[in-house]
Design a protein. Structure first.
Length: 318
């Protein structure tokens, strides 16, 4: 094959790759996949096309084949930070956190000062309970974004840093950090819920209730409103009151918990909150709160709340 012919083929392969990129940006996944494969049929070692195939497969939820495509991309172009980062994302989805971290570190070595890579390393380290290392990564992200004010990237990094402080048991610092997030973004639902958890960890039940009560009404989409009501009930019961249990039961029923996606992130907040309060709950209050959480998680039917609501409404302190 002549030099001119080789150059023509490379140009055609790259044109297919550019077309595939546009299709991928338009969420036309199958068409994008076919276009990337056309590029690879012409130039089998085109790293951008292998990376593109990996991105399509990732968006299709096919994480292991995506990893294989990203691996082929870095095999043909070792200095390809984006492909390493994408590989890390796919490995993270498969909960292969050590491998994901290694991929992110390779990406970071090739592209120093990339806030997205440091952010992903922070998230991965957090999933591995390596919180002090995660804190370092979030501090790097915030230093890199120092001139971006209250952008979404800054808020996300600050929120995750506050969560790390909470996991490290540095509750007062985490409350201040959640307050800083809320000052920048008063509509940040996770900041309210986790701030309340930190207050509960300090056995400051009144403050936890206040935090959940002052959460703006517009943030209370049905599921979060129900979770907030259950959290208020748990905090109230831990502080010696039972009046919030009936209200929480009614709100939880109205939220139609069975329709909430299994594994919904707020369920983790419920479990953590309940377990932190366990030592302060008498047996009836524990059983009532346990029931509320189980119903919200879809582990018991909403009808199980009928007796709780009627008993609580008729009982002392209701």
């Amino acid at each position: 094959m002549t030099v001119e012919r080789c150059e023509f083929m490379r140009k055609e392969a790259r044109l297919w790759c550019e077309k595939a990129n546009r299709l991928l940006a338009s969420d036309k996944l199958q068409e994008a996949l076919e276009a990337y494969r056309e590029a690879l049929a012409i130039e089998p070692d085109l790293p951008e096309a292998h990376d593109g195939v990996g991105n399509v497969l990732y968006d299709m939820g096919q994480y292991q084949p995506a990893i294989e495509s990203f691996a082929r991309a870095v095999q043909t172009k070792p200095g390809f930070p984006e492909a390493y980062k994408n590989m890390g994302d796919a490995l993270f989805k498969l909960r292969r956190y050590e491998d994901a971290l290694a991929a992110y570190r390779r990406a970071g070595a090739l592209r120093p000062g990339d806030e997205d890579i440091h952010f992903n390393m922070g998230v991965t380290l957090g999933m591995m309970a390596r919180y002090k290392e995660a804190m370092v990564e979030y501090d790097i992200v915030l230093s890199l974004l120092d001139d971006e004010g209250a952008s979404q990237d800054v808020v996300d990094a600050a929120l995750n840093r506050a969560l790390v402080l909470l996991h490290l048991g540095r509750f007062e610092e985490s409350i201040l950090a959640f307050d800083a997030v809320l000052a920048a973004r008063p509509d940040c639902t996770p900041a309210y819920l986790n701030k309340a958890e930190a207050q509960l960890c300090m056995f400051d039940f009144e403050s936890a209730i206040d935090t959940l009560t002052t959460m703006p009404e517009e943030l209370h989409f049905p599921s979060s409103r129900a979770v907030a009501a259950v959290l208020r009930a748990i905090a109230g019961a831990a502080g010696g009151g039972r009046g919030g249990l009936a209200e929480a039961g009614e709100v939880a029923r109205a939220a139609e918990p069975a329709q909430i996606e299994p594994g919904y992130w707020l369920f983790g907040e419920l479990e953590a909150f309940l377990l932190k309060a366990r030592s302060r709950l008498d047996e009836p209050a524990w059983q009532a709160c346990r029931l509320l959480v189980d119903v919200m998680k879809g582990e018991r039917p909403a009808a199980a709340l009928d007796a709780l609501c009627s008993e609580t409404c008729a009982g002392p302190g209701a």
